[in-house]
Design a protein around this ligand. Structure first.
Ligand code: ADP
Ligand code: MG
Length: 242
């Protein structure tokens, strides 16, 4: 019998609910930090799967392992046990330089205090990220300007961090995290330095960007007032996720 042509795979975007594919998967992740008597179990057999377009919030008190969870999910820290799959590649199995390359390609990271370079303008923060990754193309420049627009920073794109408010800096941090079109977006306590109104703006912006760019987004926070923006809320306590 002659081989027949297979039907083309279904397009990702359809009128119906889009198919959900897991792009971030932590399996049995355990992380110990410190040594000897100071040794703590920051993450204890953590399992987590996040699909494209999904916005997951993880709550937990200070010291519960929230930043550790993001550091491991983002390949910044290698767990003692377990695996971390990002876009079907196990980060824990990669050598340092390959892990860095994979991270730059697939993961966007929003830090607690935005972590912007003091001497660079808002636009330059985005362009530098692309430059470091060797991807400062005309297309990425366009995307940078689109993102600055999306986060409401076009009019302030030429300002340095000291000329911006905390909320504006956080907006730039979010735009920067998205500039290389990552599938995974990791966000560490984005509202901790903001007043209520700004906190609401930022979390709504994260939800909107998650939908627009179909990122698998994990936001860790101890701010319970912003949890309604998430599709799913998990709790972390002493390194255990439930
Ligand atoms: P959270 O972000 O929820 O506040 P972390 O992930 O920062 O929690 O920390 C989890 C636990 O690991 C805490 O008990 C913290 O004190 C400990 N810890 C964090 N970093 C280190 C480190 N470099 N060495 C030793 N212990 C650490
Ligand atoms: Mg933390």
């Amino acid at each position: 019998m002659k081989p027949t042509n297979r039907p083309a795979p279904a397009p990702e975007h359809t009128a119906e609910a889009p198919p959900r594919s897991t792009v971030l998967r932590l399996t049995g992740v355990t992380l110990h930090l410190g040594h000897d008597r100071q040794r703590v179990t920051a993450l204890d057999h953590v399992d987590l799967a996040v699909a494209r377009g999904e916005f997951v919030a993880v709550t937990g008190p200070s010291g519960s392992g929230k930043s550790s969870l993001l550091a491991v999910a983002g390949g910044l820290q290698t767990p003692g046990d377990g695996s971390v799959h990002v876009a079907d590649v196990d980060l824990t199995a990669l050598k340092e330089h390959r892990r860095t390359a994979h991270r730059r390609r697939h993961i966007g990271y929003v830090f607690q205090q935005a972590n912007l370079f003091a001497s660079l303008t808002a636009r330059e923060q985005l362009l530098l990220t692309a430059h470091v990754a060797g991807r400062l193309t005309a297309e990425v420049r366009r995307r940078a300007d689109e993102l600055l627009e999306a986060v409401g920073m076009t009019a302030r794109a030429d300002r340095r961090p000291d000329q911006l408010s905390g909320g504006e800096r956080q907006r730039v941090g979010i735009a920067r995290a998205l500039v290389l079109a990552p599938e995974v977006l990791l966000v560490d306590e984005p509202t901790s330095a903001l007043d209520r109104a700004r906190a609401r703006d930022i979390v709504d912006l994260l939800a909107e960007q998650t939908r627009t760019h179909r990122t698998a987004t994990v936001m860790v926070t101890h701010d319970h007032e912003i949890l309604d923006a998430a599709d799913r809320v998990l709790n972390l306590r002493d390194g255990r996720l439930s």
